[in-house]
Design a protein around this ligand. Structure first.
Ligand SMILES: Cc1cc2nc3c(=O)[nH]c(=O)nc-3n(C[C@H](O)[C@H](O)[C@H](O)COP(=O)(O)OP(=O)(O)OC[C@H]3O[C@@H](n4cnc5c(N)ncnc54)[C@H](O)[C@@H]3O)c2cc1C
Length: 492
């Protein structure tokens, strides 16, 4: 029996496996007292599942806890602060930088905090709990003719809490920006001795509250505070979207088309690019009807149905002017779906997994996804940089991304059991990060820093002569999380 008055931490300091078992048992017992016995899981298989992210980077969780409200979260934080137990907040773990990976602490899942609490069309906001998935929110909002426009390609799984904390963007980023632009207010629990609950910002469309702590939390990757509720701005959904898919001999030609769209004062909701290798190999594995070859650009322009033909004609002319070799279009999103105009773009990530597993057979394939952003005019140079680096280190690189805002996601696949290949992959990424910074880009647009890009962040700040910024960030972490119990060793 474990005595009730025992200090959990007394056990932690011992390395003996006997005491360690008692330590974990005590944590679990204390957590069950707070959230109820069904809301703490310790099964080995469950722990393994909650210790991995979307690309397979993995750690070790002691248990998984499912709070049902902010009071639960506050009490859990109080306990963990007192006992020096690490907390790893987790939405759907679809992040791609190792920002949700646990290391010897409790995973806090928000799957039981998934209610849309308020939809207020007149005041222009929704109030949601952190475990609501982006697509679920949009399904409900569509009944009102509204939408929440930040749409990561993982939106069917991605939660609001996760998207806030990664500072997510998505396919509509060129027109609608990222989470930074859509969070009005947050309720958070901070990792102090009281598990203090703070209300930051407001549910109004404007709010000046001194230093902008709302935007400090957006993109903080679960390292500063736990988001327990969010007030998000919403916007009317477009009546209709015209989709034009074009193919080009070079990224430069595709860039010409993007430049012309901008000069013609159009602001498409979607501008997606995939390179010629993705097109060629994608066509081999999925059923795509297009005869187009080369680099592909998909443009989705919002416009009322009665103007759809005119809008499509304007875009087709722009593509012809940029020497497109093949063009197809649809006057509505449903027509685009029927024609499969977006299928090749959707196949981008699965294609890398498919090619990796073919190449490595039984070994575990790790698909590594880069996430840099450059000035839009530098996109062709950026594509060249990653392809050249791929050749140098012996990787096939697939490139695609949200080019309307200059965001590319080059992908390679490696065999995790092949040490030499993993080292080469690291060198490959460090080299492209360095070159991207040199052409005026930044190492992360929307996936964040997590564990995997901490060196990249240092590199970028050093190259900009701003090392002091890293010190300031470390100090911010210390102020919010003095004992470093909340998602430690991530970002800074
Ligand atoms: C196929 C695929 C496509 C993707 N496409 C895009 C894309 O187009 N754009 C894009 O931006 N991203 C994309 N992503 C990355 C990822 O899906 C997004 O960042 C997503 O928003 C993460 O949501 P999540 O619920 O999975 O969060 P998680 O991965 O669980 O967590 C992300 C971060 O948030 C923290 N966190 C989670 N909930 C809370 C909370 N309540 N309080 C405090 N911290 C919290 C975690 O600790 C972690 O640091 C993609 C991923 C995949 C696998």
């Amino acid at each position: 029996m474990i005595p009730d008055n025992i200090q959990i931490n007394q056990y932690k300091i011992s390395n003996s496996s006997y005491f360690r078992v008692i330590f974990v048992k005590n944590i679990v017992k204390a957590l069950k007292k707070i959230v109820g016995k069904n809301n703490v899981l310790t099964d080995e298989l469950i722990l393994a599942l909650y210790s991995k992210n979307a690309i397979g980077s993995s750690g070790k969780a002691l248990c998984v806890v499912f709070p049902e409200n902010s009071t639960h979260i506050s009490e859990i934080v109080r306990l963990c602060y007192k006992e020096n137990i690490k907390i790893y907040p987790q939405g759907s773990a679809t992040e791609l930088s190792g920002s949700s990976t646990p290391h010897d602490g409790i995973v806090m899942s928000f799957s039981k905090m998934n209610k849309i609490e308020e939809i207020n069309i007149v005041d222009g906001y929704v109030c949601v709990q952190p475990g609501v998935r982006i697509h679920e929110l949009n399904d409900v909002l569509s009944e009102y003719g509204y939408m929440f426009p930040v749409d990561p390609a993982s939106g069917k799984s991605a939660t609001i809490g996760g998207a806030i904390n990664t500072g997510a963007g998505g396919l509509r980023g060129a027109r609608y920006g990222t989470m930074t632009d859509w969070v009005l207010g947050l309720e958070v629990v901070i990792p102090d001795e009281n598990g203090t609950l703070l209300k930051l910002g407001n549910n109004t469309l404007k709010c000046r509250q001194g230093y902008d702590l709302v935007r400090l939390i957006v993109g903080s990757e679960g390292t500063l505070a736990i988001v327990t509720r969010a007030f998000l701005k919403i916007t009317p959904a477009p009546e209709n979207i015209v989709v034009v898919t074009s193919f080009f001999n070079s990224p430069e030609d595709a860039m010409k088309a993007i430049g012309e769209i901008k000069k013609r004062r159009m602001l498409p909701a979607m501008m997606e690019f995939i390179d010629e290798d993705v097109v060629r190999m994608g066509k081999e594995i999925i059923d795509v009807k297009t005869e187009g070859e080369g680099h592909m650009l998909i443009v989705g322009q919002e416009c009322p149905p009665e103007l759809a033909e005119k809008c499509a004609e304007k875009l087709v002319n722009i593509m012809k002017g940029a020497d497109a070799t093949y063009i197809d279009f649809a006057l509505s999103e449903s027509e685009a779906e029927n024609k499969g105009l977006i299928n090749l773009r959707r196949a981008f990530y699965p294609l890398a997994i498919n090619l990796g597993s073919k190449e490595f057979g039984e070994s575990i394939t790790l698909v590594l996804i880069e996430d840099f952003v450059v000035p839009v005019s530098k996109l062709p140079e950026a594509v060249r940089i990653v392809k050249e680096a791929g050749k140098k280190y012996g990787f096939m690189v697939l490139t695609g991304g949200h080019v309307g805002d200059g965001n590319l996601h080059p992908m390679i696949w490696t065999d995790v059991e092949n040490k030499e290949m993993m080292e080469k992959a690291e060198k490959f990424y460090l080299e492209i990060m360095e070159r991207i910074i040199e052409i005026g880009g930044s190492i992360s647009a929307e996936h964040g820093i997590g564990e995997m890009k901490r060196e990249g962040l240092k590199l970028e700040l050093r190259k900009r002569g701003s090392e002091k910024a890293l010190d300031i960030m470390k100090q911010i972490k210390e102020v919010w999380d003095p004992k470093s119990i909340l998602n430690p060793n991530k970002v800074v």
